[in-house]
Design a protein around this ligand. Structure first.
Ligand SMILES: [Zn+2]
Length: 333
């Protein structure tokens, strides 16, 4: 009869998985890199406290933690009273329930983002482009209006973006889309398939083209990481499961426009996109601080919107949060 335990030698924090068994009046402890035999009389066997593992203290300062209270009680009959054993079985049920909940939680927290990333990388370019057309057509009928920028201005910005040296030549926005929007204010956003939408108010807010380019590069960073697509897949867990098992993307398509507008990128995605923008700005002889300059302008614009009658629920900074932290990081680069 053996009981699994975790052994700490008392000199460093390394945990050694071991098994315990009885050999006459000695406790035999065996692990991959540790074996010891100790007289039972010299051990301090402590009763389990609450749901924490039972602790066995050795005379030389080493210790052993035994989570398997029932197994331990069988190995050392008489150590536990019947009441304590019953209590422990209740504790175990509780622990089992916690484990199930923790597994479900972990699946949601880590499994889902992983699956979303995996799927996002496998969605073919034509499908992604088709998704963007659908999302844009939907938004055009709701919150987006035609851009007031003239053809020269648009071509000029497209040319500036196209002339940039990018860290990865494979990264190109599927297309730059110019629009205006009373609701969305000064804004730019990446669509799930990789197109980048830029709104007139943002172009007008910028002091010069470098600031616009800086924001577009941040969006391009989201495109390179497929963040919008991953975010969308993640937000629609049911749709993700359907897409995964049935190859049916209709649920995702229906939810896509709302998800694009309500997206709120994680701190990690923001940092990745900022790093992409900063690196590319520097590679093209521009300062990473230009993105910080533009963020500050967007922050001010947001404040004046908040002070006025407009809601600021769907502005640039609500989908790209943590601006203060981002400005500081960009300035220090
Ligand atoms: Zn962002």
């Amino acid at each position: 009869m053996r009981v699994a335990a975790v052994y700490y030698d008392g000199r460093n924090a390394k945990a050694h998985p071991v098994t315990l068994c009885l050999e006459g009046d000695k406790l035999l402890l065996q692990g991959k890199d540790v074996v010891r035999r100790d007289a039972l009389a010299g051990l301090d066997i402590q009763p389990p406290l609450g749901s924490t593992p039972r602790v066995v203290l050795f005379a030389d300062g080493a210790r052993c933690e035994v989570a398997d209270n029932r197994g331990f009680a069988e190995l050392f009959p008489g150590t536990d009273s019947r009441v304590a054993a019953l209590e422990n079985s209740w504790r175990w049920s509780g622990l089992a329930l916690l484990l199930v909940l923790a597994t479900a939680g972990a699946g949601y927290l880590w499994g889902l983002p992983y699956a979303a990333q995996n799927l996002a990388e496998r969605i073919p370019a034509e499908l992604a482009a088709g998704l963007d057309r659908e999302v844009l057509a939907d938004l055009d009928g709701k919150v987006l209006q035609p851009s007031g920028l003239n053809q020269d201005r648009r071509r000029g910005l497209e040319a500036k973006l196209a002339a940039l040296v990018l860290p990865d030549p494979a990264v190109r926005p599927a297309g730059l889309e110019f629009r205006a929007s009373a609701e969305l204010g000064a804004n730019a956003f990446a669509l799930p398939g990789g197109s980048v939408v830029v709104l007139d108010a943002l172009v007008e807010l910028a002091e010069d083209d470098a600031e616009i380019v800086a924001v577009l590069l941040h969006e391009l960073g989201h495109v390179a990481g497929r963040h919008a697509l991953r975010q969308m897949l993640q937000a629609s867990a049911v749709g993700l499961a359907m897409a995964w098992y049935l190859g049916d993307f209709s649920n995702l398509l229906a939810a896509a426009p709302a998800l694009v507008l309500e997206a709120r990128y994680s701190r990690e995605f923001e940092r990745d996109a900022d790093n992409f923008a900063a690196e590319t700005l520097r590679a093209n002889g521009l300062s990473a601080g230009r993105l910080a300059d533009m963020l500050l302008k967007l922050e001010t614009a947001r404040q004046s919107r908040l002070d006025g009658k407009f809601g600021a629920g769907l502005d640039y900074l609500s989908s790209h949060p943590n601006s203060e932290e981002r400005i500081q990081r960009l300035r220090s680069q």
